[in-house]
Design a protein around this ligand. Structure first.
Ligand code: NAG
Ligand code: NAG
Ligand code: NAG
Ligand code: NAG
Ligand code: NAG
Ligand code: NAG
Length: 547
């Protein structure tokens, strides 16, 4: 028996308004892509892109437009694209060409490698017509060194800035190499290395501040950009951000590179800093808990969750991710695909805005830069198993975001119900998510007994396979892994019945109040009992329903 997933596209969450705020972004789901690597024009050579070459492969803003169905059909409601401004245009450096867009030259110009002003505007208007948002990656901490002659290419520490927006060396910090771990040094010294140096703007200089705040205001208005992803945010003094983002008037999500330690990342979120930051602590916690081979340290993940609640200003605005252009892909670090599905489910069903890096849905497995910037086209944009899981996660989340009034799923805080060495169960509003790190092989003796706050016989449905689960007599849900370690996302059936999700199943067992559902569910179950989803069969002492 095949399941047909009756997902629908997101209804209007909020009508598109110019300049989307943090509140408007909270319910969005983001697909991150590198413009050069996402799609090619029709007829282009599909075999000519080797990430190791660090060269342009041919993607543009126009070619993104041709593949928006692929993104939207997965349920995403926003995209984040790599930087759009003019980059270094000279000869090849030892690190190749800036196909990634992060080597800023003149930020006042668009990067003509990726299209024209009209092309970028057309992409944005296509997105808005689909009710999707655009987040643009911006780089203001630094520029790239303009080579003055071939020998000095990209390596001078006293460059000629005359073709840049800030033309005089007095706008920049003098060259020094970063002493990592020293915050002052990280802010004043230059990113990059002596092969490609990245001169650092002095963002306490009033002329730099006013230049940038005028620029971003005009840029956002000119292109109708909905949000900003801010590169290297922790390399800029904190005081700069409220001025810059206030002038932009849109949601700002900053890159504050970090690990499991929450505090150094959390200090950047709030009125003194940024609306949001990329959730590096969560990514590190998920790796600690799920990566195979790895520590399988669920406590580390639980610690990140608890500390995040204490230290971040608003966990529901964080950018949750497994992969990006700077870190090895999940599949390069963890050999078992079920670990990615479980960890990815956490990024959607806990507090925060889920972000999927292009190629994650294709289980790409490149290591660090440049191997994690693979061209997407060799995948044929196939609707892989991972893609269908993402569809289900987005459909469930989009529904929860837009359609439940009884409990505000979006702003309710993630709570840990149960943790064990094998997994973790979290609750957010009427949703219980149970995840495991055992991987694909079946195991006995690794079951997770989830203590819920619900009365016995409260019914739930798993949005992945539409199996019904009913809370047992002690208020527990008992998950066994005798068929392998799949993720489980349970939405209370009285809530799910308001959606199209699993409607065949939920429809038969409609419950009008939590707690009365189990009896109607179990009485309805007899007809379909022999057609159980394999997963539903594991649920004892729960009941099930298959129609
Ligand atoms: C940190 O870096 C700054 C700037 O380079 C330097 O002045 C300071 O002495 C450094 N602090 C320590 C503790 O090394
Ligand atoms: C940054 O610019 C300000 C104002 O021009 C100046 O006072 C300050 O010394 C500069 N900072 C550095 C580290 O060069
Ligand atoms: C698991 O992570 C926690 C940090 O939250 C750490 O204290 C503990 O030592 C780790 N355990 C193992 C076995 O690595
Ligand atoms: C990890 O990435 C490196 C470099 O791209 C590659 O050689 C290796 O095969 C990858 N490992 C896996 C498991 O894909
Ligand atoms: C789990 O236990 C059942 C019943 O004892 C047995 O049939 C099955 O082979 C076991 N599976 C594994 C993976 O050990
Ligand atoms: C949200 O609710 C409306 C009516 O209440 C329904 O038509 C729509 O399909 C629901 N949206 C989703 C995503 O389930």
């Amino acid at each position: 028996m095949r399941l047909h997933w009756p997902f629908t596209l997101l209804p209007l969450v909020l009508p598109h308004t110019f300049a989307a705020t943090a509140d408007q972004w909270r319910g969005r789901s983001i697909y991150q892509l590198i413009t050069d690597r996402f799609a090619l024009a029709d007829g282009a050579n599909l075999d000519a892109c080797n990430p190791a070459d660090q060269d342009y492969c041919g993607g543009t803003w126009n070619t993104i437009r041709n593949k928006l169905d692929y993104i939207q059909n997965a349920g995403f409601t926003a995209i984040w694209i790599s930087p759009v401004n003019q980059n270094y245009q000279g000869d090849r450096t030892a690190y190749g060409y800036p196909y990634h867009g992060y080597w800023m030259a003149d930020i006042t110009q668009l990067n003509d490698r990726f299209g024209t002003q009209d092309d970028l505007k057309a992409l944005i208007s296509d997105l808005h017509a689909r009710d999707m948002y655009l987040m643009v990656d911006v780089v203001v901490n630094n520029v790239v060194n303009p080579p003055t002659c071939r020998e000095q290419m990209a390596t001078s520490t006293n460059p000629d800035y005359s073709s840049y927006m800030f033309k005089d060396s007095s706008y920049y910090h003098p060259y020094c190499a970063i002493d990592w771990g020293n915050t002052t040094s990280e802010q004043l010294c230059w990113l990059g290395d002596e092969t490609v140096t990245l001169p650092d703007l002095n963002t306490t200089n009033p002329a730099v501040v006013s230049g940038y705040i005028d620029w971003i205001k005009n840029f956002v208005q000119e292109y109708d950009v909905d949000g900003l992803r801010i590169d290297a945010a922790k390399h800029v003094d904190m005081q700069f951000w409220p001025q810059f983002c206030g002038s932009a008037g849109v949601f700002c999500m900053g890159e504050v590179y970090g690990g499991v330690d929450v505090e150094p990342v959390a200090q950047y979120q709030g009125p003194q800093g940024l609306d949001s930051v990329l959730n590096y602590p969560l990514q590190a916690g998920l790796l600690a808990a799920f990566q195979i081979p790895g520590d399988l340290n669920v406590t580390a993940l639980a610690d990140v969750v608890q500390q995040s609640k204490q230290l971040f200003t608003d966990t529901t605005l964080l950018g949750n991710f497994l992969e990006n252009q700077d870190v090895p892909r999940w599949a390069n670090l963890s050999v078992d695909p079920q670990t990615m599905y479980n960890a990815m489910t956490f990024t959607f069903m806990s507090d925060g805005i889920p972000i999927v890096y292009y190629g994650q849905e294709q289980s790409f497995s490149g290591n660090s830069d440049p191997y994690n910037r693979e061209p997407l086209w060799p995948s044929g944009y196939a609707e892989t198993y991972a893609y269908t899981l993402i569809q289900k996660l987005n459909a469930a989340r989009n529904f929860l975001v837009s359609n439940i009034s009884e409990a505000d799923w979006l702003t309710s805080e993630t709570e840990i119900l149960t943790q064990s060495p094998h997994g973790i169960a979290i609750m957010k509003g009427p949703v219980i998510t149970i995840l495991t790190n055992i991987g694909s092989p079946a195991q006995n003796g690794t079951n997770i007994a989830v203590q819920t706050p619900y009365d016995s016989e409260t019914a739930f449905f798993d949005v992945f396979d539409c199996s019904q689960w009913v809370v047992g007599s002690e208020g527990t849900l008992d998950v066994e892994y005798t068929k392998g370690g799949k993720a489980v996302v349970l939405v209370r059936s009285d809530v799910l019945e308001l959606s199209d999700i699993c409607s065949d199943q939920v429809g038969v067992s409609i419950v009008h109040a939590a707690g009365t559902g189990a009896s109607s569910a179990s009485s309805g179950a007899t007809a379909g009992i022999q057609r159980l989803a394999w997963w539903a069969a594991l649920m004892l002492p729960t009941f099930w329903l298959w129609s």
